[in-house]
Design a protein around this ligand. Structure first.
Ligand code: GLV
Length: 309
């Protein structure tokens, strides 16, 4: 079995070594090796590959996306549409995502943002923090990662509601489905956490109107995809004082340009797309198990290209 790896920004040596450990019978090669023309891969493990890869590799049986979000691969010209696309479903990322979200919830929920501001003024002023039960948390997106985040926040004692495209049932989570419920969902979120994938339907979903639907003093945490949040609308909502703050890990343009006004907003935390990094060993455990299942003709969850996730 031949396996091809291409991972923009990933360390090829580490990945190749790990592929050879997990799949010892495979001939694993890196796309940048200058592959002989007659070397054709059965499976490709990809993160932001070049479009030429698909011109040269014509016998692929499945594509594995080395992340949870498949937007980059789906929009790549020349992707063989008949080849199944499989993404990382959790592969250890949920743990990191839960921590990222919890950090944001604690930062704002325990008033650490306000204490930072007071520190700048050398002010010693204890505030009356809200109880966990009275802080209304909302999760946009209840997929593999969203569901884990919901459970971890529940374990911390927070009251939760979730919104998703298709109905989801998670014990203890008040669930909303569909665009018609979105504004009423948002109106009940003191902190909204956005884990939606980047799709046609989610593009700028959180626009001026949607942000206005949040209660006054709400917070936006976005570790999902940048294209789902209109940054101009966010800045306006921060300027007007309607929003208290934001924690942002992803942006429509990455890196966020150095001159972008968000960098210097004290009420905004910016991180460079690190909320839930892909973990080599855990990713390869999922991929090796999926390949084995495919080889044996068993079911493996695939990306629904129509839904775009
Ligand atoms: C990261 O952005 C991922 O899609 O896993």
């Amino acid at each position: 079995m031949n396996i091809l790896f291409h991972g923009q920004g990933l360390d090829s040596d580490t990945w190749l070594a790990a592929i050879r450990t997990q799949l010892p019978n495979a001939d694993a090669r890196c796309w940048s090796d200058g592959l002989p023309n007659d070397w054709q891969a059965d499976y490709a493990l990809l993160w932001h590959p070049p479009a030429e890869l698909f011109q040269q590799q014509t016998r692929l049986r499945a594509l594995f996306n080395l992340g949870a979000g498949v937007d980059a691969l789906l929009s790549l010209p020349g992707r063989p549409v008949e080849v199944p696309l499989i993404r990382l479903r959790n592969a250890g990322m949920a743990h990191w995502m839960c921590q990222y979200v919890l950090y944001g919830v604690l930062h704002f929920g325990r008033d650490f943002d306000r204490y930072r501001a007071q520190q700048q003024q050398h002010q010693w002023r204890p505030l009356q923090s809200r109880s966990r039960e009275s802080l209304r948390l909302g999760l946009l997106g209840l997929g593999a990662l969203g569901a884990e985040v919901a459970c971890s926040l529940q374990r911390q004692g927070y009251a939760l509601q979730g919104w998703s495209r298709s109905p989801k049932s998670i014990e203890g989570v008040d669930s909303y489905t569909g665009q018609q419920c979105l504004d009423s969902f948002l109106s009940r979120c003191d902190i909204v956490v956005n884990l939606l994938p980047a799709t046609r339907d989610t593009h700028n979903l959180l626009d001026a109107e949607r942000l206005a639907a949040l209660p006054s003093g709400a917070v936006v945490i976005n570790p999902g995809r940048g294209s789902t949040l209109d940054l101009d609308a966010l800045l306006d909502a921060l300027d007007s004082g309607h929003l208290r703050g934001a924690m942002l890990d992803v942006f429509a343009e990455e890196p966020l340009p150095p001159e972008h006004p968000l960098w210097s907003r004290p009420e905004v935390i910016i991180t460079p797309h690190v909320a839930a990094p892909t973990l080599v060993t855990e990713a390869l455990e999922q991929i090796a198990a999926d390949i084995e299942a495919l080889e044996q003709g068993r079911f493996v969850p695939r990306v629904d290209v129509e839904k775009e996730y």
